[in-house]
Ligand binder design. Structure first.
Ligand code: PLP
Length: 461
């Protein structure tokens, strides 16, 4: 295949894309397959001889779409969305065409400089104060890992990277039980040890109790352990819980501890000023992550980290061997020094396209509709006999259950086998519950109201 062929097949792929998106509502949201069904259709070994693109494309059409869970389906209400607006898909195609690796400013100045400007646009759009700067990571998980590594190094006067952690007193981190498992993973990967992630109790709103945080830090200090940082939750994955950001930051600062806030999902909603009371006090954070790839329509993957001061993170993650030096240009930013991987995709391009093609007003309208429709769907579900709303909507996420875990689980199986909508589960206060989140870029009110309709049909009398 050469570049002329690429032109031909790109046009064919564009036509296929149009048909695919137009057909989504007719497809089951979740792939209705048994494990191994796709792999069984592929030969065991790679071909020795080249194959014609005609055959490869035909196999793609026959094998792949039926094996996909359709994340861009307007009735995808599972997990959190991984939204891809058409404008961001176009930007990804262009970024793929240039196929640059933006590890240094000089390996593509546009990659670095558009990233800097996009972080600035988003900072202002979310209502964060000037002074926050930041970068783009692949995921919230690696962003939180970067923040925890940085807090670890600050707590050890930057000796952890050089000498390792063995022999020093345990470093302690604090988070609530509502934080995402990516925090646990980062704590493990950073060598802190799961036992040193202190899960602080939550109050009636499932928010970290600031007094409990204060008490835990004091107890650890008294025991000779080293408090190193606090991770706060702004829109937890399970039920959407928000910690009391302002009060918890006040406690952390009274102990001179840095704070990282995980707003991976809910951060996008902060482009709407009326939702910002949920993370009141956010300007006191040292590091904040949010994923435009979740709810802002920016194709996966794209996680933004805002930093009050990038210096400690660059000191933690930056290495400059001779082969990465950029002689005579010490004033420029080399973003690989801010993140874990060296290589960097051109993620800022899809932000640029998305923010311009829809405007903040267009994106706000979508998010406001999602919140409104989630509330309407919740109200309608509450009227169905046997359905119990377990947690009320926080932004566009709520949960419900039936009379027992078994009945709830059986209903979820029936819903997802049916295929018209896709929902997933969590456990809340020990109970198995079904999560409903509304956030798909192209969903309509009609799509959302299909949730109570399908559930009413699938309830067993
Ligand atoms: N934090 C929260 C609140 C999440 O909901 C998720 C994923 O859904 C993550 C972190 C991890 O996100 P990522 O897939 O970008 O690592």
């Amino acid at each position: 295949m050469n570049h002329d062929d690429l032109n031909h097949w790109s046009k064919r792929a564009a036509d296929w894309t149009t048909d695919y998106h137009a057909s989504l509502r007719d497809r089951p949201v979740r792939a209705p397959l048994t494990p191994g069904a796709i792999a069984a259709q592929l030969p065991a070994l790679a071909p020795d001889a080249p194959e014609p693109m005609e055959t490869i494309f035909a196999d793609f059409e026959a094998i792949v779409p039926p094996g996909m869970t359709h994340w861009q389906h307007p009735r995808f209400f599972a997990y959190f969305p991984a939204n891809a607006s058409p404008a961001s898909m176009l930007a990804e195609q262009l970024a793929n065409a240039m196929a640059a690796q933006g590890m240094l400013w000089q390996t593509s100045p546009a990659v670095t400089e558009i990233e800097q400007v996009m972080v600035g646009w988003l900072r202002a759009a979310l209502g964060l104060p000037e002074g926050f700067t930041g970068t783009i990571h692949d995921s919230a998980t690696t962003t939180t890992l970067s923040a925890i590594l940085t807090m670890r190094e600050q707590a050890t006067a930057f000796a952890g990277n050089i000498k390792g952690l063995s022999g020093s007193p345990a470093l302690r981190f604090y988070a609530s039980s509502q934080t995402h498992s990516s925090v646990d993973k980062a704590i493990r990967v950073a060598g802190i040890g799961q036992d040193n992630l202190v899960k602080i109790e939550t109050d009636a709103s499932f928010s970290m109790a600031p007094e409990a945080l204060d008490a835990a830090i004091k107890a650890d200090r008294a025991a000779g352990l080293i408090p190193a940082g606090v991770i706060l939750c702004a829109g937890g994955t399970s039920i959407g819980a928000f910690d009391h950001i302002a009060d918890c930051i006040t406690v952390a600062k009274s102990h001179d501890l840095p704070v990282h806030v995980d707003a991976a999902w809910a951060g996008s909603a902060m482009i709407c000023p009326e939702f910002r009371t949920l993370w009141r006090g956010i300007e006191g954070a040292d590091s904040i992550v949010f994923n435009p790839h979740k709810w802002l329509g920016v194709q996966f993957d794209c996680a933004i980290q805002f930093l009050r001061d990038p210096t400690p993170q660059v000191k933690t993650l930056g290495l400059r061997p001779t082969y990465l030096e950029t002689a005579g240009r010490e004033e420029i930013v080399n973003f690989n020094e801010w993140t874990v991987p060296l290589g960097r995709r051109f993620r800022a391009l899809k932000l640029w396209f998305t923010l311009r093609a829809y405007g903040l007003d267009g994106l706000r309208e979508r998010i406001r509709n999602h919140v409104l429709w989630a509330n309407e769907a919740c109200d309608a579900l509450a009227t169905i006999r046997g359905v119990r709303i377990k947690t009320q909507p926080i932004l566009s996420l709520f949960t419900f259950a039936l009379k027992s875990d078994e009945a709830t689980e059986a209903l979820l199986t029936r819903i997802n086998d049916d295929g018209r909508i896709y929902l997933t589960q969590t456990r809340h206060e020990g109970e198995y519950v079904i999560r409903v989140q509304v956030g798909q870029f192209d969903c309509t009110r009609e799509d959302v109201m299909m949730i109570p309709q399908v559930i009413a049909e699938l309830m067993v009398p």
